[in-house]
Design a protein around this ligand. Structure first.
Ligand SMILES: NC(=O)c1ccc[n+]([C@@H]2O[C@H](COP(=O)([O-])OP(=O)(O)OC[C@H]3O[C@@H](n4cnc5c(N)ncnc54)[C@H](OP(=O)(O)O)[C@@H]3O)[C@@H](O)[C@H]2O)c1
Length: 386
């Protein structure tokens, strides 16, 4: 038997929806609360946005453009949002420094995540003044801006128990984690191994898996041990103590893990290549992406993974399914995430908050690029009540 590659797309995400549907009914009340008056005047209004204009590190790739006209005519199904806060995601700087201009469609506004307030609902289900969060499904129409035009299908009402700074990072990491767990088909009572438990994706996956009644074994460096135990992790492994696959080969779990979620992004192919010893035969291994240091390292990592996947077992192939997750910005998942946050099952974590000016934005990217942020790195665009 050889392994199959599996890219997550259009999965059926019903199971948590059933558990959280009662919260959805309660939260719809928000739509009828008195709306805050919008100070938005489309006449002569302009805004600023950070554009990715060339390949390179953020300090070279990003430029602030001012005096941009705020759109007054919106396409059907689109909403104009005044942005309060934007959360950064690693994919932003990864694409910035690797993709050539023609592949990345530059210039375009940077980033994917945001929270803000609806100023032109354009006939959608939202009203003026609704607080919303979401992730853009179109990387060429980013969010690091004072105003964004968003498909209403990629937005949900902000849970009442979180601030805009906390809501800014809800979409990408929580949707990624939730959709991946649904694809891994884990069930209450089963054990999932989460590598990179202190990444924002990892923390989301831990909390959702615990909500589903799973046992969670998760990794981080020792300094994040208490954080993970407080999230409900049943067993903690310090990935810096020894190579993970060696640790798991020496002490394989009984029974074997039902699923492995690499929420750090593939750092060591050995974790997959040796997984027969610690992943159940029908279990899947999904990674959130890659975390290579150089292009050469990336190619070598892919070579090893593909050999493991496609070689027959007798030639050293790995008889376990391997997949790479790809977040889907769709309404149902956004509403499930919103409901989980509203009931306290999923707690957003913010690493740091930065300003929208050049110093603030560059400091934010510097922090994210350390790969050791604990929670979302957020840029506050404007105060929530302005
Ligand atoms: N496929 C998708 O749709 C999708 C969506 C979102 C994110 N992603 C990917 O998912 C990964 C995580 O994203 P994120 O936003 O959650 O990142 P993040 O919050 O910036 O992750 C930082 C955390 O990663 C941990 N970490 C760093 N190196 C590690 C390693 N070798 N092993 C285990 N943990 C390690 C650090 O913990 P310590 O300080 O304890 O080391 C730190 O707390 C990234 O590769 C990102 O590109 C993919």
């Amino acid at each position: 038997m050889t392994a199959n590659i599996h890219v997550i797309a259009n999965s059926n995400y019903n199971s948590i929806l059933i558990q959280s549907s009662h919260i959805y009914r309660q939260t719809r009340i928000w739509a009828f609360l008195p709306r805050i008056r919008s100070d938005f005047s489309p006449t002569m209004a302009t805004y600023s946005a950070w554009f990715v204009v060339r390949r390179g590190l953020p300090s070279k790739a990003l430029e602030l453009k001012t005096g941009l006209s705020i759109p007054t005519k919106l396409a059907d199904g689109h909403v104009l949002v005044k942005v309060h806060a934007v959360a950064l995601n690693p994919v932003g700087y990864k694409l910035m420094r690797t993709l050539p201009d023609f592949l990345d469609g530059r210039p375009h506004i940077a980033e994917l995540d945001m929270a803000g307030v609806v100023v032109d609902p354009n006939g959608s289900e939202f009203g003026v003044g609704d607080k919303v969060f979401g992730g853009t499904p179109d990387v060429k129409r980013g969010t690091l801006a004072e105003y964004v035009v968003f498909p209403s299908s990629a937005l949900a009402l902000t849970p009442p128990n979180v601030s805009a700074v906390e809501a800014a990072g809800l979409a990408v990491v929580n949707l990624t984690a939730y959709q991946t767990l649904m694809t891994l088909k884990i069930d209450s009572g089963q054990t999932i191994f989460i590598n990179g438990g202190s990444s924002s994706v990892g923390m989301a996956a831990i909390q959702i898996a615990k909500f589903m009644g799973c046992k969670v074994v998760a990794t981080a460096s020792g300094r994040n041990k208490d954080l993970l135990l407080n999230l409900g992790v049943d067993e903690f492994i310090d990935y810096t103590a020894e190579p993970l696959s060696e640790r798991l080969l020496k002490q394989p779990p009984t029974p074997k893990f039902h699923a492995i979620y690499d929420a750090a992004g593939l750092t060591d192919p050995a974790l997959y290549l040796n997984s027969t010893a610690y992943l159940a035969p029908d279990g899947m291994y999904i990674t959130a992406g890659t975390m290579p240091k150089t292009g050469k390292e990336f190619v070598e990592m892919l070579r090893q993974i593909f050999e493991g996947m496609f070689r027959p077992t007798w030639l050293g192939g790995v008889p376990r399914e391997f997949g790479v997750s790809m977040v889907q910005f769709e309404k149902k998942s956004l509403e499930i995430v919103r409901d989980l946050v509203a009931q306290g099952a999923l707690k957003p974590k913010v690493d740091s908050v930065h300003t929208f000016d050049r110093d603030g934005v560059m400091q934010a990217y510097e922090k994210l690029m350390t790969k050791h942020a604990v929670g979302k790195v957020v840029i506050k665009v404007v105060n929530e009540n302005e």
